[in-house]
Design a protein around this ligand. Sequence first.
Ligand code: NAG
Ligand code: NAG
Length: 346
Amino acid sequence: MRFQGAQVAAGLMSVLPGAQALLRFSCSQLVVERLDPLVNPGVVGSPHLHQIIGGNAFNATMDPAKLDIPGTATCTTCTFADDFSNYWTAVLFFRARNGTYHRVPQKGNVFFEQAKGGMTVYYTPTLTGGKVTAFKPGFRMIVGDPMERTAAGAAKYRQLTYTCLQNSMTRTGETKNLPPKPCPAGIMANIRFPTCWDGVNLDSPDHASHIAYPTSGTFESGGPCPSTHPVKIPQLFYEVIWDTTAFNDAAADWPTDGSQPFVWSYGDATGYGTHGDYVFGWKGDALQRAMDQNCQNDRCSGLGSQSLQQGNQCTVETTVDEQIDGWLEELPGGMAVTDASGKVIY
Ligand SMILES: *[C@@H]1O[C@H](CO)[C@@H](O)[C@H](O)[C@H]1NC(C)=O
Ligand SMILES: *[C@@H]1O[C@H](CO)[C@@H](O)[C@H](O)[C@H]1NC(C)=O
């Protein structure tokens, strides 16, 4: 089914109160492997599998004291050619009745159908007026907690959700758990980061304490930042589309107890442990200029851009030698699937 531009725009705008300036652009897949330079720097073979997008300076180490990201990267998978940041999330798997796992493919979003997987990235300066401060070189952050398995625990991450896509335009009915029923056009994972910064620390031991949510209301309602984290930063938001269509025959393929069959690479069948990672790497002050100009979508005066096809060409070699495709006996890294009490369920 094809959508007209106006319908698409109306659908996308339904997630926002009125027409707002925001960057919305695509970054194709860079690499899928068990690396995590934020949580496990230098470790080749982090505990769980990630899908990573952005600049090709990405590797296991990425020492913030030594690495000049935009000066080192020679290409990016993003359509903003000045964005050498890295963005990553876990990887979704389907668990078959016989207990084997299959990686769920990703697909490009509305307008970005030609992208090789990856994500749609948004930077929204503000929905209610005023200036925001773009991230600085060396800035990193994580939102969400892969150990979380309960709705109560996940509630502290206000805006980590799933959309059960009835079609590519569905933007309503977000849930905090993995959708319990088949989603005809796939599952979209929505990862929105907190929008307040302490103004001092580029990172913190848990990669999250230097950022915070507004004290009341939300980013969308213009809620104030806490005095401990007074600096408004852009809202960074990932949409990641998992193309579940090959696994949607519930009668034939889903668990006979009526549960849903998808599990995250970090061993979560609930969805409450969803999380996203970010390492800032825009060239110079390009992101600040984009925020100050209230640029819209994937074009901005003075900022370089490239086609989706050019972005698709940028990759890095995998460094962890293991099979991640086909039917696997276990999740990559031997990650066990656990419930809320930490008990291994499979
Ligand atoms: C990562 O890249 C940096 C800079 O290019 C390099 O010095 C380092 O050795 C690389 N680390 C790994 C594990 O490849
Ligand atoms: C396990 O189930 C999947 C999906 O039905 C099937 O493709 C695969 O061949 C099965 N593997 C074994 C070892 O039976």
